[in-house]
Design a protein around this ligand. Structure first.
Ligand code: CTP
Length: 401
């Protein structure tokens, strides 16, 4: 999954021959899972049709302040468009549009949207080589740079005029990769390794039976997704679960038993920066595992259980730079029990959820949590979706590291 998946991308197209390449650019963004809207300057429609772009973007294309084609006039609100955008990309950016952007000239819908947008702005210049070299164009680049706008430099090659030189708009694939890398590079967990455990563990009784629990793994998978979306490299060690995730930054390691999970966690822990152990690990396992299926001979069956290794506690003993987070699912004396676990297992943070709270815990899509950190700060949250809880948790961790 691309880091641009789910992002709202507003593409501003201006009147240069390179506008024909924006059809491919829209396709790349759509394929990455982004939501794409297009604003065209009137001149750009000479080079590529709004129909092509609306078909590819699956959205109406905006060009004027009111919709010309409709019977009833519709106001294309540049403020709404600007606020909708997570990223604004002006490609191709002609010398004319760059000069307008640099000087706040607001004579079309794209310029009004540019001035209203609060998101990062990228621009991909495209013009003939002498225009590209001209002092006024250079001035526009410099001014836009001081505004924080990001240039995707033009490349050298054959230009529409037949001349050869600098001024060709970067290819759509290059623009796409540039933006993807730039967004990724600015994410708060970029360069961090996050280890996450999720799901239940199954402890074998015999070849066909096991002791397990009701954990769905949803909470851990949501944390993995949120961490990857914040730029982290994620190792997701998961017990048997129906959850699925597909993200270029998530490496999933399936395990079955507490012992498997212990070994996998210790393989990766040394090199990680943050470890979040949300798995519902079995506390006990059968002392002996029968090699053959146990037959129902008598009216009762007694299994002797032994303790599994406490993975979280073992990390608390060896941790160095790692920020260590555990979960506590409690039914009584919740705060006291959770604080006890935080200290006993040498954690930086514990996420408490109580089975007494409706909507909290194992199976559902929601959770109601309280964070307790090693400075004794306690933050209680409302009932939220597990994906919102995951974001709250990572924001809390980011504020600490
Ligand atoms: N945990 C673990 N390894 C185990 C058991 C638990 O890593 N063998 C982790 C869980 O992933 C979770 C936290 O420890 O982060 C919760 O532990 P829990 O089982 O609630 O606490 P215990 O200290 O085992 O106490 P109790 O079961 O008595 O409540």
């Amino acid at each position: 999954m691309s880091i641009l998946s789910g992002k709202n991308i507003l593409l501003g197209i201006t009147g240069g021959i390179a506008a024909y390449k924006t059809a491919s650019l829209v396709r790349l963004f759509v394929k990455s899972g982004a939501n794409v809207k297009v604003v065209m300057t009137p001149a750009s429609k000479e080079f590529v049709t709004p129909l092509t772009l609306s078909t590819l973007s699956k959205n109406p294309v905006y060009s004027t302040f009111t919709n010309e084609d409709e019977d009833t006039e519709v106001w294309n609100n540049h403020v709404d468009l600007g606020l909708w955008a997570d990223l604004l990309i002006v490609a191709p950016a002609t010398a004319n549009t760059l000069a307008k952007m640099a000087n706040g000239v607001c004579d079309n819908l794209l310029m009004a949207t540019y001035l209203s947008a609060k998101c990062p702005v990228y621009f991909a210049p495209a013009m003939d080589l002498d225009m590209y070299k001209h002092a006024t164009t250079k001035q526009s680049f410099e001014k836009l740079n001081t505004f924080g706008n990001i240039m995707i430099p033009a490349t050298s090659g054959e230009l529409a005029s037949g001349l050869v030189g600098e001024g060709r708009m970067a290819e759509p694939e290059e623009i796409f990769s540039f933006i993807e890398a730039d967004v990724l590079g600015k994410l708060p967990l970029k360069g961090k390794k996050v280890l996450i455990t999720a799901g239940p563990t199954y402890e074998a009784i015999d070849p066909v039976r096991f002791i397990g629990n009701h954990s769905s793994g949803k909470m851990g998978f949501e944390i993995a997704r949120a961490a990857a979306n914040l730029g982290a490299e994620v190792i997701l060690i998961s017990g048997p679960t129906a959850q699925k995730v597909s993200h270029s930054l998530i490496q999933q390691i399936p395990v079955v038993s507490a012992e498997d999970m212990f070994n996998a966690v210790h393989t990766y822990f040394n090199s990680c920066d943050i470890a979040i152990l949300s798995a519902a690990v079995a506390d006990y396992r059968p002392k002996e595992v029968a090699h053959q299926k146990i037959k129902k001979k008598s009216s009762t069956l007694t299994l002797e259980l032994e303790k599994t290794k406490d993975i979280l506690a073992s990390l608390g003993v060896i941790k160095k730079q790692q920020y260590l987070v555990g979960f506590a699912l409690e039914t009584n004396d919740e705060l006291e029990n959770a604080k006890g676990k935080l200290k006993r297992k040498n954690l930086n943070l514990i996420v408490l959820n109580s089975l007494n709270d409706k909507g909290a815990g194992f199976k559902g899509d929601t959770n109601k949590v309280t964070f307790i950190d090693d400075q004794d700060n306690i933050t209680a949250f409302e009932l939220k979706t597990k994906s919102e809880v995951a974001i709250d948790l990572l924001n809390k961790i980011i504020s600490h590291i």
